[in-house]
Write a protein that binds this ligand. Structure first.
Ligand SMILES: Nc1nc2c(ncn2[C@@H]2O[C@H](COP(=O)(O)OP(=O)(O)OP(=O)(O)O)[C@@H](O)[C@H]2O)c(=O)[nH]1
Length: 596
């Protein structure tokens, strides 16, 4: 967005300078075209003067007279050609109407020349005076046709650069002055040729023209005040004052005075032309001076505009470069680190500590922030480690508090905690649940004969064998000393008995290898009960204990499965052992006892 704004601003400035440069470039050809048009005007005025002069003479047979006409016509044609060529160089929407006026001028000029040549071919006395007057009048009308071309080119030159307003006006006024001066001498040509007094019309025209000449000069002088410091302008104005409006005008005024009375002029028409016409060149020189000065000025402006344009483009490019560099630095040193920091904060918040934190590149605020994130990450890591350690410790403590330190089985506390759950399910949903209480037989003797450590080994082995016998859902615990508990969900009394029997067989079949190389054979007794309307896990254990007692009492190494008798309450060992039998005897009761 910032970049767009900058580019727009730079574009506007460069575009402004480009327009100034373009205008100044267009200005030079526009002034040149106007100059060529003013030259056409001058040549047409000159042709008019010579034509007028010749029509007063009898030159049907005079080759020399024809020789005077040809160069002025050629000059007119050349100037028209030059203008036409220049106009086509840089065409624009203005070209079509200007070319149309130019064509009309050329057509009128050609028609005028044809008429004039037809008249001139006859001896002077045979010429129709009206036709001669009409032919003479056609040349000014050609000038009138050409006037729009000059006006159009003047306004184009001014439009391109308003600064040239005075210069364009002055050049036009100079051409007008040249025209008026030419007309003045033309007015006197006929009377001087005929050596006759001036007609009233001629007197009026001359007086009017001489007044116009004075006025035009005055205006030109005023317009050129800005150029008064330039000596060449001073000289040019002075030569007009001294030439066509000085000696020249004095001569014409003298002839005018004679023409008002006698008409006896003391000079020939040729002498008059030769004395006056060359003086008119001073006016054309002033016009050319004005035009050349405008062109010089336009060229200087064009050069200046080019320098400005180049400087603006250069500065804009430089500024753009600096701007890009600045943006890069801001992006590198501020924006990117902030985005990185945001990602890092999010990572830290989500405890994704594997995200690496870039090392701070600079010793600035962003660097401080990166260092702070490093510290934050270290703290988070520490906190998470501590948390993990704590959880592990809790787990270890929990495991330790639930586990029997010798056998690794559940201890009595954990058995009750988890067993209550199973008992609750059985009680609530009337599910089957069996409990086996196992006691190693004559274990005291093992301790006594082989030592306490050997006793521990035996207990560990019994625990291992028990582990192999149980399912995943069964709870196996060391109840205390050499007693073990096995709680079997979804198992009835008979199935429980079978499990106990299997375990009894396995223990009996096992060789208990002691560290001292002695191999022992041991047995265990089992009390088995199943859940039957018991109101607590303890009562189930009590009943299992009773069954165990009966198994011990029955001779050990046997399984006693004891169903709950109607109305039986929890009781301890020492109750009547009635109702159990040896396994090898057919069971008389529902109690089954197996002895190896
Ligand atoms: N090595 C060892 N001995 C233990 C441990 N806990 C209890 N005892 C011993 O186990 C013996 C249990 O003996 P008694 O209760 O008399 O029973 P018994 O010798 O197995 O005889 P019956 O149960 O009647 O077959 C005691 O001598 C206890 O000291 C233990 O963790 N390790």
């Amino acid at each position: 967005m910032l970049m767009l704004l900058f580019l727009t601003l730079a574009g506007i400035i460069v575009d402004g300078e480009w327009k100034v440069y373009q205008r100044s470039t267009e200005s030079i050809p526009a002034i040149r075209k106007l100059h060529l048009a003013l030259q056409v005007e001058e040549k047409l005025i000159a042709e008019r003067g010579v034509s007028n002069f010749l029509l007063q003479q009898d030159f049907s047979e005079d080759r020399a007279m024809h020789g005077k006409l040809a160069p002025v016509r050629a000059a007119s044609d050349r100037s028209l050609r030059n203008l036409r060529q220049a106009l086509q160089e840089r065409p624009g929407p203005w070209l079509a109407p200007v070319m149309a006026d130019l064509l009309l001028t050329e057509q009128r000029l050609a028609a005028t020349r044809t008429d004039m040549d037809a008249l001139a071919a006859r001896p002077k006395e045979q010429r129709d005076p009206e036709a001669a007057a009409a032919a003479i009048a056609m040349i000014p009308s050609t000038l009138d046709t050409f006037a729009p071309v000059v006006a159009a080119l003047s306004s184009i030159a001014i439009q391109v650069d308003q600064q040239f307003h005075d210069g364009v006006d002055s050049a036009q006024l100079a051409t007008n002055l040249r025209n008026v001066a030419g007309q003045m001498v033309s007015t006197l040509t006929a009377p001087v040729v005929a050596q006759r007094p001036l007609t009233a019309q001629e007197r009026y025209t001359f007086a009017k023209l001489s007044g116009q000449a004075d006025q035009l000069y005055g205006v030109i002088e005023m317009q050129l005040r800005a150029y008064s410091h330039k000596p060449e302008f001073k000289t040019a104005l002075q030569s007009i004052r001294e030439g066509p409006l000085g000696d020249g005008l004095d001569l014409l005024t003298k002839l005018f005075v004679i023409g008002r009375s006698s008409g006896g002029y003391d000079l020939t028409p040729d002498q008059m032309i030769a004395s006056y016409v060359p003086k008119m060149a001073a006016i054309s020189r002033l016009r050319d001076l004005i035009v050349m000065d405008m062109i010089r000025e336009a060229e200087q402006r064009n050069l200046k505009a080019r320098y400005f344009l180049l400087a603006t483009v250069g500065l804009a490019t430089l500024a753009l470069g600096v701007f890009f560099l600045l943006l890069r630095v801001i992006r590198r040193r501020v924006l990117r680190p902030i985005l990185e920091a945001t990602d890092l904060f999010v990572s830290l918040a989500n405890e994704r500590l594997i995200t690496s934190i870039p090392a701070p590149r600079y010793d600035d605020e962003i660097g401080d922030m990166m260092r702070a994130i490093h510290v934050l990450k270290a703290h988070s890591q520490e906190r998470i480690c501590l948390g993990k350690e704590r959880e592990e410790m809790i787990a270890q403590l929990r495991a330790a508090s639930d586990t029997d330190f010798l056998t690794g089985l559940l201890n009595r506390r954990a058995f009750f905690a988890q067993g209550e759950q199973q008992f609750g399910i059985a009680q609530r949903y009337r599910r089957q649940l069996a409990l086996i209480l196992m006691d190693v037989d004559h274990f005291k003797a093992v301790n006594d004969q082989h030592g306490h450590l050997a006793g521990d080994q035996v207990l560990c082995k019994v625990a291992e064998l028990s582990r192999r016998c149980r399912r995943k859902v069964d709870l196996l615990a060391r109840y205390g000393g050499e007693e073990f508990l096995l709680l079997l969900p979804e198992i009835d009394l008979e199935q429980g008995r079978a499990v106990a029997e299997k375990l009894r067989v396995e223990i009996g079949a096992c060789d208990f290898q002691l560290d001292d190389g002695v191999s022992l054979k041991i047995s265990a007794s089992f009390g088995v009960v199943a859940f039957e309307h018991d109101d607590a896990l303890e009562s189930l254990i009590v009943r299992a204990d009773q069954a165990l007692y009966k198994a011990k009492d029955g001779g050990r190494n046997r399984v006693m499965a004891l169903p709950r008798e109607p109305g039986q309450d929890a009781g301890g060992r020492g109750q009547d052992g009635e109702g159990w039998a040896r396994a090898d005897e057919p069971a008389k009761l529902s109690v089954v006892s197996i002895e190896k």
